[in-house]
Design a binder for this molecule. Sequence first.
Ligand code: GMT
Length: 380
Amino acid sequence: MKIGIVCYPTYGGSGVLATELGLGLAKRGHQVHFITYKRPVRLSHFHENIYFHEVADTDYPLFEYTPYDTALTSKLVDVVSYEKIELLHVHYAIPHAAVGYMAKKILLSQGGRYVPVITTLHGTDITLVGKNPTFAPVVEFSINKSDGVTAVSHNLKQHTHHTFNIKHDIEVIHNFVDLNRFHRPNKDHFKKAIAPDGERIVTHVSNFRKVKRVDNVVKVFKRINEIIPSKLLLIGDGPERDKTEQLCRQLELCNEIRFLGKQEAVEELLAVSDLFLMPSENESFGLAALEAMACEVPVISSNVGGLPEVNIHGETGYLSDFNNVQEMADYAIQILANDETLARFRKNALAQAQRFSLDHILPHYEAYYEHVLQTAVYSA
Ligand code: GMT
């Protein structure tokens, strides 16, 4: 199948998931074309069956910024007709669902084939930004004009139906993890470099947006560290980074916390971690937590959104109300207090990650593509 994938190329979960999906599809013999404004972060090497089409930035004095939606639509029209793309899969509704709709209308007006558009909803495109009146009418319209719609958790599906008047049956296809990449090879030498006195290693990965509550990561860590000597690795970067650094200084924790910024080989850091913290205020699935579990790292998370579909309370980690710092710290201490408990949680985390493996989830996407290709009908 020839598939066009539209996504954000940055470190956000939707772009990561879209890229991993494209890589997986390409390995299974599909021809995959990424169309976006920059090479996606996880698309760093040459891959057979993968093509990348960059949306150009046009410098014109009237524009403060290039109108990206228009540039992306034009690029889609060009790539789809030249490469004979059979299906467009757009990730994150804003603006990609609307752009996909516009591209298919233009292609039809040019006498081209009908190219179905599948929109995957990832989370904040519905729960945060999407329902903002600035975007809401376009989001609702363009989801309804998609030929297929998927959501990354049951919770997100419910939230979408609750927020918008959606006429589609939304297909739930959970996030997945590539277990060949995310696993736990022995990296004791590396662990020693981070925690020379055998401290526990606690990790958080995110794009440091407000919704991730990185302040609570630090507060939970402070309580853990008072009882169990530990180090905290903060991976990623974003708007809350400076504030978080200030908080570490105020709490006099700078010697125990390492800000590692954006990392490409995040799996190597997860492979030496003992615990993962995800205290988000909103999280439709929690891909970063799943990647941690695949590296045998138990998770302490909030109980919001789709997180209970991934993190099983008392088995793979624990869930707490999103702002309950004390409870999260108590749970963390329970897991880290002795090696036997930690080993049990680690084993469960891996078993749960295996249920969300790429090999298991990717065929759902393929089957859904086939279904949409067979059932899509043009509606004006
Ligand atoms: O919040 C992020 O880190 C990025 C965001 C995105 O859309 O780029 O991630 C969302 O999509 C991920 C992949 O489907 C999900 O695993 C995340 O839970 C979701 N983030 C939120 O809902 C806050």
